[in-house]
Design a protein around this ligand. Structure first.
Ligand code: ASP
Length: 612
């Protein structure tokens, strides 16, 4: 029986009550966490988003009608209780924030009953994620998710408050826009009014925020929903939220400066962490050379050293030939780990192979019983050559050295990942450590083997560094961009750039990216046109808000900080989306489904199902 709320008013949330409310009459509403009948008393733990509160039904106090009703309570019934706050005396429950008090119930309304649950609502869950996502509204009742979404709301507020104090205007941009071919695949929305034509959902509000700068709004921000149709990797979602901003009349330093203060403010306000300013800066080149990654994890050191010069004439042909063929030899010194068991070194070699390396060469400095080196390659090198290599690594007796020899991009990637594996193996990462770094001066362009052309590393609207633009024809790969990423503990939280605001540079950039003038006009004509009418220099940045919230919550996945995330295959298990639609809906949109594609997709599904 579901009773009405009429005439009742909630006076507080459950866990907002404390000892200072003792003897007050209150009305609380929420869910039954658990309820048990013990020796003529009914003990009910009530829960709402604030936490848990114990309610006691005593027949003498609440009367037999209410007492009987209390005896029917089960998990997740939604109830309202009116009663008096009283002290628990010596029976304090230290596990609960409200453990010093309880409610002596006088009245009870069952606002609605609950069917038996598909899984228990408990803090630590063993229920598999598919089932939890199917009943996400129940999953969200669990304390950790309640906490995460409250944190996320606090984050949004903190960002809004800070940015508006700094003179940023919150402006919404449309989510039905024009498809652009750069970047990830677009989600498309068919137009009924224009048969055969499609809107795209924005991958980011990039061009629109730039146009807002053209309109003079000079500081814009938006918590913007973005959509990218990518094959879902472990921690991606097809729709996600960016803290997106754009500023006029600024250069790199101005953007970084205001964002450092934003970062400091939000980490302090939301989780009480003090971020030390200024945040360290590192060029892309240094990040790649020293840490093998454009998102270096600086919670531990283990830098990569280039030893090509020291080994270019050595007796070990793998090293010598690699250098002779234009490659590089680089290594990591692991202090004091020369006695690492062979099995663990082999595991590191497997990491190197996984990332495309041929293997790892290793040298344990003076770790053999006779005081010599233990090594996979030392026998090919003379004593002097080895001394030179050890000196180039700055190594000492007892150190472990690992090396990769190959072309530069591969060596960076291999050693970057070996470095991470070492940190894990040696437990070098301390919990509660927050290492921020700005990675700056990214290359403007990167060569795509697949497309056989240069692609924009950030996006086609990113400005080159003034001093490098002269190389755009002679050596495009050398041109650095005014682009920056903010990296936390080895993950990218966000990124942005100063934009091109000169029509001629923008046109040239599009040409370098392989756009014919006609295609450039067709895709970005509106932007190029806008650039004719007085464009302010402008720059911006966007954070993955889900990622920021995830770090703040200490969650393992962005799904843990989103209300209704999708499964890995981009489907919504709760609503059953995507789904087929009525024939008539398709007709209205002039769309016919390709049956053979459907069959192929079904085949794929069957194959996956039987593989599982
Ligand atoms: N729109 C960019 C992105 O989504 C961020 C920026 O450049 O402001 O990565």
């Amino acid at each position: 029986m579901a009773e009405s709320i009429q005439g009742l008013k909630r006076s507080a949330r459950c866990a907002e009550l404390s000892e200072k409310d003792i003897d007050k009459d209150v009305t609380v509403m929420g869910w039954v966490q658990k309820s048990r009948n013990k020796g003529g008393l009914v003990f009910t733990d009530m829960r709402d988003r604030s936490g848990i509160l114990q309610v006691i039904f005593e027949e003498d106090i609440c009367g037999s009608g209410v007492f009987e009703k209390a005896g029917t309570l089960h998990s997740e019934y939604c109830i309202a209780v009116t009663g008096r706050v009283r002290s628990r005396g010596k029976d304090v429950n230290k596990e609960l924030a409200t453990g010093a008090i309880e409610i002596e119930a006088k009245d009870l309304r069952i606002l609605s009953e609950s069917a038996p649950l598909p899984f228990p609502i408990e803090t630590e869950t063993k229920t598999r994620e598919e089932l939890r996502l199917k009943y996400r509204y129940l999953d969200l009742r669990r304390a950790p998710l309640q906490k995460n979404l409250m944190l996320r709301s606090k984050l949004a507020m903190s960002v809004r408050n800070f940015l508006s104090e700094e003179g940023f205007l919150e402006i919404e941009t449309p989510t039905f826009i024009k498809s652009t071919p750069e970047g990830a695949r677009d989600y498309l929305v068919p137009s009924r009014v224009h048969p055969g034509e499609f809107y795209a959902l924005p991958q980011s509000p990039q061009l629109l925020k730039q146009l807002l700068m053209c309109s003079g709004f000079d500081r814009y921000f938006q918590l913007a929903r973005c959509y990218r149709d990518e094959d879902l990797r472990a921690d991606r979602q097809p729709e996600f939220t960016q803290i997106d901003m754009e500023l006029s009349f600024v250069d790199v330093d101005d953007v970084l400066e205001v964002n450092e203060r934003l970062i400091k403010r939000m980490f302090k306000e939301v989780i009480g962490v003090d971020v030390e300013l200024p945040i360290r800066r590192m060029t892309w080149q240094t990040a790649m050379d020293k840490y093998g990654s454009d998102k270096p994890d600086l919670r531990f050191d283990l830098p990569i050293e280039d030893v090509s010069e020291a080994v270019k004439d050595c007796g070990f042909s793998v090293f010598r030939d690699t250098v002779a063929n234009g490659g590089t030899v680089r290594g990591i010194r692991v202090p004091g780990q020369g006695h690492m068991p062979r099995k663990k070194i082999d595991a590191l070699t497997e990491v190197a192979k996984y990332y495309g390396g041929k293997g790892l060469a290793y040298l344990c400095v003076n770790c053999a019983e006779d005081g010599g080196h233990k090594s996979s390659f030392a026998k090919f090198m003379g004593a002097e050559e080895l001394d030179a290599l050890i000196a180039a690594m700055g190594a000492e007796k007892g150190d472990l050295l690992v090396f990769a020899a190959d072309k530069l991009s591969l060596v960076r990637n291999v050693l970057g990942n070996v470095r991470l594996a070492l940190a894990k193996e040696l437990n070098l990462i301390q919990k509660g450590d927050w290492k921020f770094v700005w990675v700056t001066e990214f290359p403007l362009l990167e060569w795509s083997e697949e497309e056989n052309r240069f692609m924009a590393m950030h996006h086609p609207f990113t400005a080159p560094m003034d001093e490098d633009w002269q190389y755009i024809d002679s050596d495009p790969g050398r041109v650095r961009a005014k682009a920056y990423d903010i990296v936390l503990n080895g993950t990218e939280l966000g990124g942005g750039s100063v934009r091109i605001h000169q029509a001629d540079i923008q046109e040239k950039m599009l040409e370098v990216l392989g756009f014919t003038p006609e295609r450039a006009q067709d895709q970005f004509g509106f932007l190029l046109e806008a650039f004719k009418y007085g464009v302010p220099p402008h720059a911006g940045l966007a954070y993955g808000m889900d990622r920021v919230a995830m770090w703040m919550a200490g969650a393992d996945s962005i799904r843990e900080v989103m209300a209704f995330p999708k499964l890995k295959d981009a489907s919504d298990a709760m609503m059953g989306a995507p789904d087929v639609v009525d024939e008539q809906q398709l007709k209205d949109l002039s769309i016919r489904v390709d049956e053979s594609a459907l069959k192929a997709a079904e085949g794929d599904m069957d194959a996956t199902a039987s593989a599982e």
